[in-house]
Structure formats: C-alpha cells, structure tokens
Design a binder for this molecule. Structure first.
Ligand code: BDR
Ligand code: CA
Length: 303
C-alpha cells in the first residue's frame, strides 16, 4: 500500500477522500489548511473524520491564510461548517502541537506521496523554506486546476484560485506531480444510486458518507437542477492508490498569479501545432468512472 500524507480543507469531498485513503493506503498524517472554511473548522472536520473511522492518524494544523494574496471568501459549497451541516460526532481528538509546515518539511520521505486537496499554502510555505523539498519526496497528487474551464471563475478552479502563488511554487518545484483538475473530476459524477449503494452498506462510515453525498446532491440540484455531482478530492487519492483507473498525459502546467481575469488559472500546454514546453506534470485526462465508483462505494464497509 502506498504511504500517503493528506493535505486538505475538509470539505465534504475531502472527508470522503480521507476515508478512502484510510482504506487503501498507509495514511501517515493529515495536514490542514484554510480553504472551504476557516482553518479551525477544517482542522476540527479532519479530527472528526479520523475519530469516526476509529483511526489514530495524527492531524497537524497549517496555514490560515494564503501566502501572498488576500484571503477569498470561504466556499459556500460545503455549508457553513464545511460538512454540509450533517449530524456531528462528538469526540476527544486534538491536533498535534507541531505545525503542518514543520511536519511536511521534516517528516515526508522519498517514499511518501502528499495528496493535496485544498489550497496549496502549506506546500508553498515548505517550498519557501526549502526549495528542494519537492525533489526529496515521493510526489504530490493535486486536486486542483483544470485543462479546460474553471469553477470559481471562468478559467480558475477554487483551490488554485485561493492561493495562486503557492500553486505556482508547487508546479515549479521539480516534484513528481499528478494533477487531477476539473476536466477529470467532472467525469466522476455521483448520483442518488451511488448514495443509496453507500447507505445500504449500513456502517457508521457509510451513513456519514451518504449524508455528505446527499448534501452535495441537494446543493447541485438547487444550483443547476440535476442530482449529479462531481466528486473532486477522491480522484487525487485514487490517482496514487489505483493509477490503472486513469489515462494520464505528461504536460507542462504553470499557474497564473497576477491576471485580473485569470488569477489561479492553470496554463496547460496542449498545443498541437508547435513544440510544447517541457512537461512537469502527469495530467489525469480520463478516469474509468464505473470502476472508480465501485472502489469508492466498497470502501466504507467498516466501522
Ligand atoms: C475543490 O474545491 C473544494 O470545494 C473541493 O473540496 C475541492 O477540493 C474543487 O474545486
Ligand atoms: Ca478540498
């Protein structure tokens, strides 16, 4: 099983990704960042998810604001508590005293993959401190960006928009990179039948996941009228734990930090009529949706 660290901002799909990683990897640690909701809430949500899974994974709190840009408003897509207002589990877990930055800087080895599911601020802080860090670790699998359209703006995805300077540092870091952008995650659509299949597992975890899926389906139904929602963050876990589910292409990815209209845009060189820039990222282009949904659904059978 691969050895992973999850850097995240839970977030409904982050919480599902954590449970998926607990099932299919050796999950060494979780680091949290401000994103979908403020840092204190993303950290509490990570702790609650770990408690629900009865896991001992340590949680390290990280950055509460982007490296350079002004903080954006938090993401209303996950509700004010980040987990869709579903019933909360009371628990006694607390985060470690060490910071996320120091944990990542000092404890990630060349066999570990970092799965980055939120704004890339923690990783940006590490690279500010040690520009060679990315070359010393196994790699980074990112949910963020897009080879096509954005979500928070016409061209930018929420995570890379929120901290474009950190994202730019990560893509320039020389680390082995996988990008699961919106072009990919919008293929992995969950529906009521996914939610029912999860619920029927009848475990505490599956009840929790089904409630999160229900929130995501209700939210999308209100905004676009269909009950079919993309499940973003689990894609970046599966890209490392189940790479055979994906088609990848090696491409150059850079991030726009300053543009008035293009802040946070991932500029992906897919030109066909000129030589392309040197590739730095394995960009996920296709996912086997049926198999991926099966892996996800089968992951919540315990606890
Ligand atoms: C990303 O933004 C967040 O809302 C999700 O958790 C995901 O990481 C999708 O743009
Ligand atoms: Ca996220």
């Amino acid at each position: 099983m691969p050895s992973l660290i999850i850097d995240c901002d839970p977030g409904c799909d982050d919480a599902i990704a954590i449970l998926l990683a607990l099932k299919h990897s050796d999950l060494k640690a979780i680091t949290t960042v401000s994103g979908n909701v403020p840092l204190a809430q993303t950290t509490e949500n990570a702790l609650m998810t770990i408690a629900l899974a009865k896991a001992q994974t340590p949680v390290y709190a990280g950055a509460s604001r982007p490296l350079e840009s002004t903080p954006t408003q938090t993401n209303i897509s996950h509700g004010s508590d980040g987990l869709g207002g579903i019933e909360r589990l009371s628990h006694d877990r607390t985060c470690e005293s060490y910071s996320a930055r120091d944990y990542l800087l000092n404890h990630v080895s060349n066999e570990d993959w970092v799965i980055a599911l939120g704004p890339l601020t923690n990783l940006g802080e590490v690279l500010q401190q040690d520009p060679d860090w990315g070359k010393r670790i196994g790699g980074i699998s990112i949910m963020g960006g897009s080879t096509t359209t954005g979500n928070i703006s016409p061209v930018a995805e929420f995570n890379s928009y929120t901290d474009p300077h950190a994202a730019a540092k990560v893509y320039a870091s020389g680390a082995k990179l996988i990008m699961c952008g919106l072009n990919l995650t919008h293929q992995l659509l969950v529906t009521d039948s996914t939610m029912t299949a999860v619920l029927e597992l009848g475990t505490q975890q599956s009840t929790f996941v089904a409630a999160l899926l229900n929130f995501l389906l209700q939210r999308i139904e209100r905004s676009v009228g269909t009950r079919s929602a993309p499940l973003h963050d689990p894609c970046a876990v599966l890209a490392v734990t189940h790479p055979s589910l994906f088609d990848f292409e090696e491409l150059s990815v850079e991030v726009e930090t300053e543009g008035d209209l293009t802040r946070g845009m991932t500029v992906v060189d897919q030109r066909t009529t000129r030589p392309r820039l040197m590739p730095n990222t394995l960009v996920a282009k296709q996912i086997n949706v049926a198999l991926a949904l099966q892996v996800i659904t089968d992951s919540f059978v315990e606890a």
